[in-house]
Structure formats: C-alpha cells, structure tokens
Design a protein around this ligand. Structure first.
Ligand code: FES
Length: 102
C-alpha cells in the first residue's frame, strides 16, 4: 500500500503518541521531536496495552500498562527480546504525516 495521510504534525505533542483509526487502518503514531515521527501497530505485543497512551524516552516508547519498552526504529522490546511491535515507514510532507501501512 502507498503512503497514506494519517495525521497533521500539530496533532501529536512531542514525546507522545496518538492512536489513528481511519479507513480500516489502526496505528499508533509518535512524535519524537525534531520533526521525527514513528508509527507502530497500536497494541502492545505483551498484553495488548494501548501503546499510543505510552510515552517516549528518546526513540523508545514505554507501554503504560506494565512498562515494557520498544525501540521505535526496530520495534524490538528492550525488556523481553522475544517481543516486538510492527513498525511502519513514516514521512512528513509539509504539515502532513504519512505512513506506509501494510
Ligand atoms: S501490555 Fe504493554 S507492557 Fe504489558
């Protein structure tokens, strides 16, 4: 699937994420600051916690339920190496965040 418009830059505060549900697409999109954004599947692979409600520590998102954290560049969990979240390519065009969703 090509890149699709998922949000405007100003909709996501730095250090936070938002869940996007649109046209059958469900994502968590994060603002890491400096114009850098990341997108993942919306559910934590540990016990399906809401990753978009987590917080960022650098390029890592911490799940709000049990604190497992995930590198947003790779999706790999830093607490349990057997866990990973799907990550999707993101680009910013003007003020629009676009994600290459599967
Ligand atoms: S559900 Fe995310 S850490 Fe447990």
């Amino acid at each position: 699937m090509p890149f699709v418009n998922v949000a405007e830059v100003g909709e996501i505060p730095i250090g936070k994420g938002v869940r996007i549900d649109r046209d059958g697409i469900a994502l968590a999109v994060f603002n890491a600051g400096g114009g850098r954004f990341f997108a993942t599947s919306p559910l934590c692979p540990h016990e399906e916690g809401p990753l978009a409600e987590g917080w960022l520590e650098g390029d890592v998102v911490v799940c709000p339920w049990h604190g497992y954290d995930f590198d947003l560049t790779t999706g790999r969990c830093r607490v349990d190496e057997d866990l990973a979240v799907a990550v999707y390519p993101v680009r910013v065009r003007g003020t629009t965040i676009e994600v290459d969703v599967p």
